[in-house]
Design a protein around this ligand. Sequence first.
Ligand code: 13P
Length: 296
Amino acid sequence: MALVSMGPMLKRARAEGYGIAAYNMIDYNSARAIVEGAHSLDAPVIVQVSVKTVKHWGYTPIAHWVRDLASTVDVPVALHLDHCTDFDVLRRCVDAGWTSVMFDGSSLPFEENLEKSLQAYAMTEQAGVGLEAEIGAIGGVEDDKHVNEDDARLANFDECVRFVRDMPNLAVFAPAIGTAHGMYKGEAKIAYDLLERITKSISIPIALHGGTGLTEEQFHRCIAGGCAKVNISTMHKMLYVNSFVELKQQKPKLEEPLTFIATQNDAMKADVKSVISIFGSVGKASDARAAVMQRH
Ligand code: 13P
């Protein structure tokens, strides 16, 4: 299939009560593990890319890899840009073929975040791609963004309502609800009451950031509470590195790079499959495809 925009499939996922995995890809091998893992379970999936990764590989190679991978499967695959504060990067991704982007103005004062998010919204609406926008401050480390525990801040409910008011087509809304990027020190304290208040008043699908380390029960509660896009990055990166290193430790004489790459791919794919199974999106490809088609 051609790459799809995530908005319509996330709307459907929220309505049907399942979550769509959004994995941060690292390179071609990782993007392939994400797409193949989803394909093997007949599930829709979002391949997302951090700004650092885009700058490392370049816009065109990433767009080509993911477009080619998507074209070999019949499950819907979206290509999304994760946390971005730079309008030039947003624009270049849109021009290169990304089907959605995230403008992250969460470190700005509310009014400024709103103003800039509205600018990003106008740009993406005109280009016909989806937008994700964030308020509050999600803790932890993602890409070059570090938010200390003390600076992490739950989204303010009234601000959430005001924030999305003039963005009716927002593909997905990311309010900080207590999850954090990276590994959790203890159990994540998720503000389910805030999530419930938000989803009662706002029909836009919600993005759950900081998926690594959440328990199955936490995933289920958040997805049932309206989180349709569930982000995983740290776990994927750990598997990428550890599977490679562990194989070399187990077989020091092994020198064939393709064997390492295949082992990495297997490890990442197994995780993608187990996550998709937890999120309830196994077999939902045709459901998501129908939602995408209705939009055209
Ligand atoms: P983790 O790194 O905690 O999985 O979070 C990923 C994320 O939310 C990317 O935006």
